[in-house]
Design a protein around this ligand. Structure first.
Ligand code: NDP
Length: 310
C-alpha cells in the first residue's frame, strides 16, 4: 500500500510525477474547495512543498497529524519553522545538490553586470555596431574584491569560482568562520571594503532589508550588488532609486521581492542585469533536488532519520 501525502503546489515536473507514482497524493492546489480538501486530509502526516506560498501555523493546524514537511529547495523562508518546531513537525530541504549551479549563476551575474555582456549583445542585435562604432568599455572583474554576504554552502562555492577569476574575497556572516578570507563585522563594513557585494544569505524575517540605503552608501558609486539570495534581503525600491541615480554602479539580480512581478522601472535600466530566478534551474540540479525531497519522505515513512533536516 502506498503512503499518503499532500502536495501544496505545482512544481518540477519529474518530481511531481515521482510523488504521484510513489505515494497516494492529494494535490491541494487543484482542490475546488481548499478547506474541504484539508478537512479530508486531516489524517495525513506528510506534506511535499514547492514554491513561495506560505506554510504557516494555520495550515499546520488544519493538518493535526502532520509530522514532516519536505521542501523542494534549500531556502525555507516560506515555511514557519517556529510553528513547525512547536508542533514537532520535521522540516527538510535540499541543500548542497544545488551549490554548483547557483554558484555558476552568481558568477554569471558578476561577469555580466561588470562586463555588460547582455547589453553589448543587445547593441549588436539592434544593428548599432556599424553606425555607432564599438560598444563602450566595461569594467574588469580580475583584481576586484568580492564581498560575500552569507558565506555558507553556496557562498563558499562562489568564493572558489571568483578566486579562479582573480577576485579577492571577503565576507560577513553573523558568526566568523575558519576560512582564509578576511571577515567584516557587519554588512556596512563589508560593502565599504568590497567592489561587488554578493548576497547569498537565507531570506525571511532575520535578513529582511539587510541591504538598505546605509549599505548601498558604503558600497558607493563604483560598487555593484549581486543578489542570488531572496528579494526580501534587499530594500528593492531603494536599490532601484540608487541604480537610477547612479549612486551605485550596477546590479545583477536573480531574485525579486514580489516574484514573478518585477517593478517595471527595472526593465529600462542599462546598469542592471536581470534573471528570472534561474540560479538552480538546470535539468540535472532540479532532478537532484526532487530526488532528495522524495528520499526524505520515504525515509520518514520507513521510520528512519531524514537525510537533510533543516
Ligand atoms: P547556508 O545556510 O549554508 O548559508 C547561509 C549563510 O548566511 C550562512 O553562512 C549564515 O551564517 C549566513 N547568514 C544567515 N543569516 C545571516 C544574517 N542575518 N546576516 C549575515 N549572514 C547571515 O545556506 P546556502 O548557502 O545553502 O543557501 C543560502 C540561500 O541561498 C538559501 O537560503 C536561499 O534563500 C538562497 N538560494 C537561492 C537560489 C536561487 O535560485 N536564486 C537557489 C538556492 C538557494 P551565520 O549563520 O553565521 O550568520
Amino acid at each position: 500500500m502506498k503512503h499518503e501525502i499532500i502536495i501544496t503546489a505545482a512544481g518540477h515536473k519529474g518530481t511531481l510525477e515521482r510523488l504521484q507514482n510513489e505515494f497516494t497524493a492529494l494535490k491541494l492546489w487543484q482542490a475546488p474547495d481548499r478547506d474541504a480538501a484539508l478537512k479530508a486530509a486531516a489524517h495525513l502526516r506528510a506534506l511535499a512543498h514547492f514554491g513561495h506560498s506560505k506554510v504557516d501555523g494555520k495550515l499546520m493546524d488544519a493538518l493535526p497529524k502532520l509530522k514532516i514537511i519536505s521542501n523542494f529547495g534549500v531556502g525555507v523562508d516560506q515555511i514557519d519553522l517556529e510553528a513547525a518546531k512547536q508542533r514537532s513537525i520535521i522540516v527538510t530541504n535540499t541543500p548542497d545538490v544545488l551549490n554548483d549551479c547557483v554558484a555558476d549563476c552568481a558568477m554569471a551575474l558578476v561577469l555580466n553586470t561588470l562586463r555588460k555582456f547582455p547589453q553589448s549583445e543587445g547593441y549588436l542585435r539592434s544593428g548599432f555596431w556599424p553606425t555607432r562604432g564599438p560598444y563602450p568599455l566595461a569594467t574588469s572583474i580580475g583584481g576586484k574584491t568580492l564581498g560575500i554576504l552569507g558565506l555558507g554552502r553556496i557562498g563558499e562555492a562562489i568564493a572558489k569560482r571568483a578566486q579562479a577569476f582573480g577576485m579577492k574575497i571577503r565576507y560577513h556572516n553573523r558568526n566568523k568562520k575558519s576560512v582564509p578570507y578576511p571577515y567584516d563585522a557587519d554588512p556596512v563594513a563589508l560593502a565599504k571594503n568590497s567592489d561587488v557585494l554578493l548576497i547569498v544569505t537565507p531570506g525571511g524575517a532575520g535578513t529582511a532589508k539587510l541591504v538598505n540605503a546605509k549599505v548601498l552608501d558604503a558600497l558607493g558609486p563604483q560598487g555593484y550588488v549581486v543578489n542570488v539570495a531572496r528579494g526580501s534581503v534587499v530594500d528593492e525600491l531603494v536599490l532601484l532609486r540608487y541604480l537610477q541615480e547612479k549612486k551605485i554602479a550596477g546590479a545583477g539580480l536573480d531574485v525579486f521581492e514580489h516574484e514573478p512581478k518585477v517593478p517595471a522601472e527595472f526593465y529600462s535600466l542599462d546598469n542592471a542585469v536581470l534573471f528570472p530566478h534561474v540560479a538552480s534551474a538546470t535539468v540535472e540540479t532540479r532532478k537532484a533536488m526532487g530526488d532528495l525531497q522524495v528520499e526524505n519522505l520515504h525515509l520518514h515513512f520507513a521510520g528512519k532519520p531524514v537525510k537533510t533536516p533543516v
